[in-house]
Design a protein around this ligand. Structure first.
Ligand SMILES: *Cc1c(COP(=O)(O)O)cnc(C)c1O
Length: 370
């Protein structure tokens, strides 16, 4: 019998992480010039003006550990958001903070409640903490707040400690409005942490979608997650932040990997918040929103049902055709992200990148469903 290190059974229910293929590798394999990657909700535009210079300045001190308390970034955010610095904590992407939040509130056997399908990291983090996920199916591709409300009493009897509200929701792009969220928050006991994950906040155009900071002010048990990865284009640097009650912030400090945010990332994030670049950010986000509308209309024109997205991606509810459709797109030079048996998420890129995708949809569909 071969001897091997034993890993936890709970991990066996999750597929091994398989990194997406790079456009360069796919292009080489297919023998074509151009492959576009619309699979990870990245920003197609580079960092904002002045950001690379600050990142380089940060890199010159890489022999030193960074400021573990990220004082400069937290103070910059505090001033910007009009929030007490004691209510802000930064992390290794907001996904790092997601994991810290679960570890900060869930003991083994506790429960977390959220809509499904939603962000893939939630079930993994909950299971790794030894806690259980209570999943409430989406309705019409969106978070069903009425069903979450109905699920609440039983979940509370079942040691509910945490709720994830992903708004806009990844991977469907749909968002829910203030009234439904307020009704739900009013019913949640203050001892249960509600994580309001608004990674796509900047792309929201529907005025009914609430700002997480307003929810946090009215309900101190709401923790808001935001990131520099999407609108700000710093996905590769891994920096996000959480606005929460000071006790929650303190608990997050205890579940953090030390020095989680590098000096490079901290200085790049601070530079991204400079008032001089705000206009550039707004224009880039507006371009992506314009493209989101164009891509949605084109896809609907091809007979596809595409829910209204408030994020930088759109969702194609293709069921069993999802995986073959994504494979057929990739063979034609467009890398998109399938979610087994549910659908395909397509990131909004530059107009040219989106045209590459739009140009292959009909053939890829025919191949996937034919
Ligand atoms: C992209 C994303 C994040 C976090 O990304 P980071 O790069 O870790 O900051 C968090 N939540 C959702 C729903 C996302 O889609």
């Amino acid at each position: 019998m071969t001897q091997r290190a034993r890993t936890r059974d709970v991990l066996d229910q999750f597929p091994a992480y398989r990194p997406g293929r790079s456009p360069e590798d796919v292009a080489r394999e297919l023998g074509i010039d151009r492959v576009v990657k619309l699979a990870s909700n990245e920003n197609p535009y580079g960092p904002l003006p002045g950001v690379i210079e600050q990142a380089v300045a940060g890199a010159t001190v890489m022999n030193r550990y960074p400021d573990n308390g990220t004082g400069l970034l937290r103070e910059t955010l505090a001033a910007r958001l009009d929030v007490d610095p004691a209510s802000i904590v930064t992390g290794c992407g907001s996904v790092g903070l997601c994991q810290q939040l679960v570890q900060a509130v869930c003991d083994a056997g506790d429960a977390a409640l959220y809509g499904w399908r939603s962000f893939e990291s939630y079930p993994l983090f909950v299971s790794v903490a030894g806690a259980r996920s209570i999943l409430v199916p989406l309705r019409d591709e969106r978070y069903d707040l009425d069903a979450l409300l109905d699920a609440l009493p039983a979940a509370l009897d079942d040691r509910l400690r945490l709720v994830f509200l992903c708004n806009p929701n990844n991977p469907t792009g749909t968002a829910v409005g203030r009234a439904a969220i307020e009704r739900f928050l009013d019913a949640v006991p203050p001892s249960v942490l509600v994580v309001y994950d608004e990674a796509y906040r900047e792309f929201v155009r529907d005025p009914e979608v609430p700002d997480g900071l307003d929810l946090h002010r009215a309900h101190p048990n709401v923790a808001v997650l935001r990131t520099f990865s999407k609108a700000y284009g710093l996905a590769g640097l891994r920096v996000g932040y959480c606005v929460a009650a000071p006790e929650v912030v303190e608990a997050l400090g205890k579940t953090q990997v030390p020095f989680a945010v590098s000096t490079v990332a901290q200085l790049a994030a601070v530079a991204s918040l400079a008032p001089e670049v705000e206009q550039v950010l707004a224009e880039r986000v507006a371009d992506i929103v314009t493209e989101r509308c164009r891509v949605t209309e084109k896809l609907r024109g091809m007979g596809l049902a595409v829910p209204d997205s408030q994020a930088n991606f759109v969702w194609l509810s293709l069921g069993a055709a999802a995986v073959p459709f994504a494979a057929a797109c990739e063979r034609r030079g467009a890398i998109v992200r399938p979610f087994a048996t549910d659908g395909v998420r397509v990131t909004i890129g530059t107009p040219e990148e989106n045209d590459v995708f739009l140009g292959v949809v009909e053939d890829a569909l025919a191949e996937a469903t034919g």
